[in-house]
Design a protein around this ligand. Structure first.
Ligand code: UTP
Length: 502
């Protein structure tokens, strides 16, 4: 821990002495914990951080219209445009890699989930499915099932280790939640949690914000903090020890995420890619999602704000949007690519500016809750390593099957608990009907087969299929063909055994 004098000197050099303005008012204990917190700051980098944040917030977003082009068709795979044979070959390759313990999954779960507005990590959220499962439980069960599928296809027992990046906000409650739930039946040593770094929030004048008299406002350094966190926590060494060569990285909030997706992994591996991104076709030109494309020949994600509406609206002769590859934060990396990033590139990652309302103490020591943005949080994004890839591929998947994020509280028109729940139930209704079942409502009246693909649509029935029974619609025919399923219907392992025995 630093001494008060060292700290004062460091802060003076960084132009941040205001941080200690209430020192004399702090108790002995408060001083101790403040000193501890400040000792963890990178004092040498603080000046650059604050000045950089101020500069970045002042500069208008760059317009990239003149320089962008879509990812070349040869580097894109597509579920919609592939035949069953091609998809099956990729799936085989993916399952083979999984069966040989060469695939891991990495969850980005360090975010604060401010838009959803709950006080606990988003993964612990229950969107109101008939089973009451949380996002973490759904994901754990998909790991169980994909291991089982790989074992069945290739006859060898295997493990998909689950790396979970947390932050100061999410680590302890996530650990506790997993312990209380017996790690959802996974081996605790195969669930590896680690913490990303935090960085100070800064005012528009480039001053670190004091959240309390003895506390500065800190925020996680964005999901691109992953690359520093991999180094800080020796995660790549752990992967190496286990023989994991491929990593599937994903966000906590996509209820439809196919963890370690064999088709995606198999596609990337068979193309010899070092880095890959799943994308979905943009719903409309104005949809505010990042687009995977090339800028002056270099692959990157361009934010909606960085291109003009005319560019976003450009269409190909067949009518598809030219820039349609919507990024869904679902990535493939080889371990050797991550090693390269860790060794050579991680300090070159772009910094993004987020303007936020950050509670603070004013000069008189009063606590203030701002009503408009007053602070800058600098964030790195996980996709900002794309430019360093030597062989990048994109893989277009169907939105209704693979992407429905939970971002907002109920009441919002999109990406809410209701839309996430509906997406999953609609998908499961489609699977049940495809397997030959008839669905009925609570009163026993037949309901039409679901053709619904929109996240907002109310599902025709409440039919939920446990990931422990089916990962992506497989194996259901023998259980469900010719059966009538009355809503609410939950197909869990017990029910599956009963149906198979009949
Ligand atoms: P979002 O940018 O949607 O942020 O994160 P969020 O924290 O979930 O929600 P808001 O913006 O505060 O409402 C996308 C993914 O990146 C992770 C999140 O946990 C989520 O899985 N993330 C975000 C991190 O792991 N670390 C961060 O610093 C930020």
């Amino acid at each position: 821990m630093l001494s008060y004098e060292d700290l004062q000197q460091g802060l003076e050099a960084a132009g941040q002495t205001h941080i200690l303005q209430f020192w004399s008012e702090l108790s002995e204990e408060e001083r101790g914990s403040f000193l501890q917190e400040l000792s963890q700051l990178d004092l040498k980098g603080l000046k650059d951080h604050c000045e950089g944040a101020q500069r970045a917030a002042e500069s208008p977003p760059e317009s990239l219209d003149q320089h962008i082009e879509p990812v070349p068709a040869g580097s894109i795979g597509s579920v919609r445009k592939s035949d069953r044979k091609g998809l099956r070959e990729w799936e085989d390759e993916g399952l083979l890699q999984i069966s040989q313990n060469r695939v891991g999954v990495l969850l980005l779960a360090g975010g604060q989930g401010t838009r959803l507005g709950v006080q606990y990590p988003k993964g612990m959220y229950n969107v109101g499915l008939p089973s009451g499962k949380t996002l973490y439980q759904i994901q754990a069960e998909r790991i169980h099932r994909v291991q089982q599928l790989a074992e069945r296809r290739h006859g060898s027992r295997c493990t998909v280790p689950w790396y979970i990046m947390t932050s100061e906000f999410t680590l302890t409650p996530t650990q506790k939640f997993f312990q209380e739930n017996n790690h959802f039946g996974l081996k605790p040593s195969d669930v590896i949690m680690f913490e990303q770094r935090m960085i100070p929030a800064v005012t528009f004048e480039g001053k670190v914000i004091l959240q309390g008299k003895g506390k500065i406002a800190m925020a996680p350094d964005g999901n691109g903090g992953l690359y520093q966190a991999l180094v800080d926590n020796a995660v790549l060494e752990d992967m190496k020890k286990r023989g994991v060569e491929y990593l599937h990285v994903y966000c906590v909030d996509n209820i439809l995420v196919k963890m370690a997706d064999p088709v995606f992994v198999g596609f990337c591996v068979s193309r010899g890619a070092d880095c890959g991104a799943k994308v979905v076709e943009k719903a409309c030109p104005a949809e505010p999602v990042g687009v995977v494309c090339r800028v002056q020949g270099v692959t990157q994600v361009v934010e909606y704000s960085e291109i003009k509406p005319e560019t976003a609206e450009l269409r190909e002769p067949g009518g598809e949007l030219v820039f349609r590859a919507g990024n869904i934060c679902n990535h493939f990396f080889t371990r050797s690519f991550l090693q390269d990033v860790a060794e050579k590139f991680k300090d070159q990652l772009k910094q993004h500016v987020a303007l936020k309302k950050v509670p603070f103490v004013d000069l008189c020591g009063n606590q203030v809750k701002p009503t408009k943005p007053n602070g800058i949080k600098m964030e790195k994004f996980v996709f900002d390593v794309f430019p360093f890839s030597r062989n990048f591929v994109a893989f277009e998947v169907l939105r209704e099957d693979e992407f429905s994020p939970l971002k907002n509280a109920d009441g919002a028109p999109s990406d809410s608990p209701t839309t996430a729940r509906n997406s999953l139930l609609n998908q499961h209704c489609r699977w049940a009907v495809a397997a030959g079942a008839t669905l009925t409502d609570e009163q026993g009246n037949n309901v039409p087969a679901s053709t619904s693909v929109s996240a907002g649509d109310v599902p025709p029935a409440r039919c939920e299929i446990s990931p422990l029974v089916s990962y992506f619609g497989e194996d259901l025919d023998q259980m469900l063909r010719g059966r009538t399923l009355q809503s609410p219907f939950i197909l869990d392992e017990k029910k599956a055994r009963e149906l198979q025995a009949q």
